[in-house]
Design a protein around this ligand. Structure first.
Ligand code: C5P
Length: 311
C-alpha cells in the first residue's frame, strides 16, 4: 500500500490522564479487576512522529526520566504499530520518534498515550483509514487505559477501564502534579491491594463485583466546581501505593498544607495530583512544592484526546 501520505512524516500527540475517581472490584479469573474510573485528560502530551520505513524502529527523547522506557519490540508504541499493520494487512514498517513528557510508570497513562498517538500517526502515514471503532478495539488490546488516551476529555471507564462513556464536564480544573523520581508497577500495586483484601477478609466488606462511579463525582464534574470535586477525589489504589512507597504520604500532606483543596495518587501512582481552587492557588502551590525540592508540573484539564498535529 503506497499513498502520498507515505512520503512524509506524520506527527500526532495524545494526553496523559488523572484518575479523579478509581474504584476497584474483586479480582477476576483473568487476573484483571472490574473498575469504575472517572478519567480526566490533562495538558501534558506525548508526541509521536512517524516516518516511512521498511521495518519497525523507535527513538525516544523527552523531558521526563527515560531510563525505564523499553526501546525494543516490547515498547508499547512499537506494539501498537505492529498491531495496526497486522490488522490492516500493511507490509511495510515505521520509524517512530517519541517525545515523552508524561511521567514514566507514573500512573498517568504515558505509555497508553504513546500507543494511542502511534495508532493515529501510523493510520495516517500508511493510509489505512481504519474506522474509529476498530481503532478503539486495537487500543483496548494494547492496554486498559489506551482507549481513553484516544478519546480524551472527561470520561467514565468501566470493565477494565476501557469501556468508555463521556462525562459532562464544565470549565477547566487546575491540577498541580508531583512527579516521583521512581516508578510503581501497575500489576504490583493491584497485587498489593488483593493481598491486603485477602489478609483483612474478616474485617472488611468484600469488594463490589461491579463497582460504579459515585454520583457526586459526576455532579462535581458537571458543575465544574473544584471544591465539590475535591470532596469526591478517591482512589482504591492509593492505600496499596502508599504501602509500597510510604514516602508519598508526606507529599500528600505537604500539598494539603499549602493550599491544595485535596490530593490523590493518580492511578497506580506514584504521581500525586493536587486539585487547586483556581489558577492563583495552583501557582502558589507549585511554588511551595518546588521550594520543597519536589518535581512539580502544573496542568489543566480536561483536554482533547489523541490528534494529528500536522494535517
Ligand atoms: O491493561 P494494562 O496492561 O494496562 O494492565 C496492566 C496490569 O494492571 C494488568 O496486568 C493487571 O495486573 C492490572 N489491571 C487490573 N485490572 C484492570 C486494569 C489493570 O488488574 N482493570
Amino acid at each position: 500500500m503506497t499513498s502520498l501520505a507515505a512520503q512524509k512524516m506524520v506527527h500526532a500527540k495524545a494526553p496523559g490522564k488523572i484518575n479523579v475517581f478509581l474504584k476497584v472490584g474483586a479480582l477476576l479469573d483473568d487476573g484483571y479487576h472490574d473498575v469504575a474510573i472517572a478519567y480526566q485528560a490533562v495538558s501534558l502530551y506525548e508526541e509521536v512522529r512517524a516516518y516511512p520505513a521498511d521495518d519497525f524502529s523507535i527513538e525516544i527523547a523527552g523531558t521526563v526520566e527515560l531510563s525505564r522506557v523499553p526501546t525494543d519490540g516490547s515498547n508499547i508504541a512499537i506494539r501498537a504499530a505492529r498491531l495496526l499493520a497486522r490488522r490492516a494487512g500493511y507490509r511495510g514498517g515505521v520509524h517512530l520518534e517519541i517525545g515523552k513528557h508524561v511521567p514514566v510508570t507514573g500512573g498517568m497513562g504515558g505509555g497508553s498515550a504513546d500507543a494511542a498517538a502511534t495508532l493515529l500517526a501510523c493510520d495516517a502515514l500508511w493510509g489505512t483509514e481504519l474506522p474509529r471503532d476498530e481503532m478503539l478495539s486495537l487500543a483496548t488490546q494494547l492496554g486498559s487505559d489506551v482507549p481513553f488516551a484516544f478519546t480524551g476529555g472527561t470520561a467514565i471507564g468501566t470493565g477494565r477501564g476501557d469501556q468508555l462513556s463521556p462525562a459532562l464536564a464544565q470549565g477547566q480544573f487546575q491540577w498541580v502534579l508531583v512527579v516521583a523520581d521512581f516508578g510503581l508497577s501497575t500489576p504490583a500495586v493491584y497485587a498489593e491491594l488483593d493481598n491486603h483484601r485477602d489478609r483483612h477478609a474478616q474485617d472488611i466488606f468484600p469488594a463490589e463485583v461491579q463497582p460504579f462511579v459515585d454520583a457526586n463525582v459526576l455532579q462535581a464534574l458537571r458543575a465544574g466546581d473544584p471544591h465539590m470535586l475535591a470532596e469526591t477525589l478517591y482512589n482504591d489504589l492509593q492505600a496499596p501505593a502508599l504501602h509500597l512507597e510510604p514516602s508519598l504520604a508526606s507529599v500528600l500532606e505537604l500539598g494539603e498544607e499549602n493550599g491544595a483543596l485535596a490530593g490523590v495518587i493518580s492511578g497506580s501512582g506514584p504521581t500525586v495530583a493536587f486539585l487547586a481552587a483556581d489558577l492563583d492557588s495552583a501557582l502558589e502551590l507549585q511554588i511551595a512544592l518546588s521550594a520543597a525540592r519536589l518535581n512539580v508540573v502544573r496542568v489543566t484539564g480536561p483536554v482533547h484526546g489523541a490528534r494529528l498535529v500536522n494535517l
